[in-house]
Design a protein around this ligand. Structure first.
Ligand SMILES: *[C@@H]1O[C@H](CO)[C@@H](O)[C@H](O)[C@H]1NC(C)=O
Ligand SMILES: *[C@@H]1O[C@H](CO)[C@@H](O)[C@H](O)[C@H]1NC(C)=O
Ligand SMILES: *[C@@H]1O[C@H](CO)[C@@H](O)[C@H](O)[C@H]1NC(C)=O
Ligand SMILES: *[C@@H]1O[C@H](CO)[C@@H](O)[C@H](O)[C@H]1NC(C)=O
Length: 423
């Protein structure tokens, strides 16, 4: 259902300098009628002694997590796959489900700094046969001559990956530093991968809500389908990482937490929430798509898309109000910046606070979360327009919030947090 999203990438490419990746997946997974698949944890607690107490303790100590850092507008998340484990840095993407990495042999791969994953060197690797339900969960799976599941998975910016749908052991690290191996995780071993990837990106980690996503696959092992993310500000050095947490212990709570309901739609992958309006300073602007009424689920939370995208009428109103409140002249003479609203200043931009008024949750954004510096001394509003009525809440505005996705309670929570200190 997110097909419409395929149309705007060329526009995005033109305006977001070197931050051109938009990995919203456009082939929604069908047929998620069964419970999917289960995974087995290697590290089981002994059921013999004090089972309840042990279970409680182990659930906490085994809370899995993953380091995540900023690189050129995307967020790189570290996981290990295979036996012995090999580190993979993939784009953390709440807008798609399939986790994949570039694999040898490469029919067609983009340049990558680290070695590519070699399934032949892993003792836990297995191909999924094409008659498996798992192959049908991805409705683009076809049979290879060897009767294995050959998948193709595409994104809104025309990036795509094609290869063997497989199962592997994925290893995460617990809060106490132990390895947490998760067996039989479905992933794509990509032998034909193209698109706007840079050489640090070894693939994509699918954190959407559909059956094949990492969240759906590991949820039941850790007390439920939930996770939290804390994205560091976009210019943070790649060596500084924050963390993603998975399972029940990732629940976001405490002072300053606000929550908004997730809205269920046909597309199970995407996280839809309802944005009532945006305040620029003290001026409230009502969300304005093609009709004046606010539709439920009019925004997608997407960690794989850098800018926030709003329906054109609404975007125009927000931009006009920002211009009104920033006491500087916008840049008009730099074609490289396209139609973005940008300012030239040596210091950090002294712009207005913006507040995103989600249903039940007001989220206040400082200039560091709304203006990005595409080059030295230039600050651009990290918003753009979209021709649809459903907008995208991009990763820049998600930075410096601990954001909890609770797919069981169907809520998303925001807590202002310095993510550079969220170790
Ligand atoms: C890669 O996939 C694309 C899209 O399916 C296809 O057109 C192309 O022939 C493939 N290339 C190779 C080398 O398999
Ligand atoms: C997967 O399908 C593509 C064409 O769709 C083909 O080029 C490729 O060789 C196939 N790969 C395997 C492993 O069968
Ligand atoms: C929404 O946008 C339309 C078209 O620009 C405009 O006519 C209308 O007044 C706007 N509505 C609100 C509530 O701002
Ligand atoms: C964005 O706004 C510009 C200027 O109003 C317009 O020309 C363009 O078509 C819009 N883009 C989309 C995707 O709606």
């Amino acid at each position: 259902m997110a097909y419409y999203l395929t149309s705007f990438h060329p526009f995005l490419a033109a305006i977001i300098i070197c931050l051109v990746f938009l990995p919203l997946h456009f082939s929604p997974i069908q047929g998620n009628t069964n419970e999917g698949f289960s995974i087995n944890l290697i590290r089981k607690t002994s059921p013999k002694i004090f089972p309840q107490r042990l279970r409680g303790l182990s659930a906490i100590s085994r809370t899995p997590q993953s380091p995540i850092s900023a690189y050129l507008g995307e967020y790189l998340m570290e996981i290990s796959i295979g036996t012995p484990p090999v580190k993979v840095y993939g784009i953390a993407d709440t807008g798609s489900d399939l986790t994949w990495t570039q694999c040898v042999p490469c029919n067609n791969c983009y340049k990558q700094l680290n070695p590519m994953f070699d399934p032949q060197k892993s003792s836990s690797y297995s191909n999924i046969p094409c008659n498996s339900n798992l192959c049908h969960e991805l409705n683009t799976g076809v049979c290879s001559p060897q009767k294995q599941c050959n998948y193709t998975y595409g994104y809104a910016d025309d990036s795509m990956t094609q290869g063997a749908l497989s199962q592997e052991t994925v290893t995460l690290t617990s809060t106490t530093g132990e390895s947490v191996p998760l067996k039989g995780i479905v992933f794509g071993c990509g032998h034909n991968n193209t698109g706007t990837f840079n050489d640090h990106e070894m693939g994509i980690i699918g954190l959407g809500g559909g059956p094949v996503s990492l969240i759906s696959q590991i949820g039941s092992s850790f007390g439920g389908k939930m996770f939290s993310q804390c994205l560091v500000p976009f210019h943070t050095d790649v060596s500084v990482s924050s963390r993603m947490s998975f399972g029940k212990a990732s629940k976001v709570s405490g002072n300053g937490v606000v929550s908004t309901p997730l809205v269920a739609k046909d597309d199970k992958t995407l996280y839809f929430v309802t944005l009532l309006g945006i305040s620029v300073g003290n001026t409230y602007l009502h969300y304005n798509g093609s009709s004046n009424t606010v539709e439920k689920g009019n925004m997608i939370l997407d960690s794989g898309t850098p800018p926030t995208m709003l329906p054109t009428q609404f975007y125009d109103q927000v931009v006009a109000q920002v211009k009104n409140q920033v006491k500087m002249k916008p840049i008009v003479d730099d074609p490289g910046l396209g139609s973005q609203l940008c300012y030239r200043t040596k210091n950090n931009l002294n712009g207005p606070m913006l507040t995103a008024h989600f249903e039940g949750a007001d989220v206040t954004l400082a200039p560091i979360q709304t203006f990005i510096p595409p080059k030295d001394g230039v600050f651009c509003l990290a918003f753009t327009n979209i021709s649809t009525d459903v907008g995208i809440y991009g990763n820049f505005v998600q930075s410096n919030f601990l954001i909890g996705f609770d797919l069981e309670a169907k809520m998303v929570s925001f807590k202002p947090t310095d993510c550079t200190k969220n170790k």
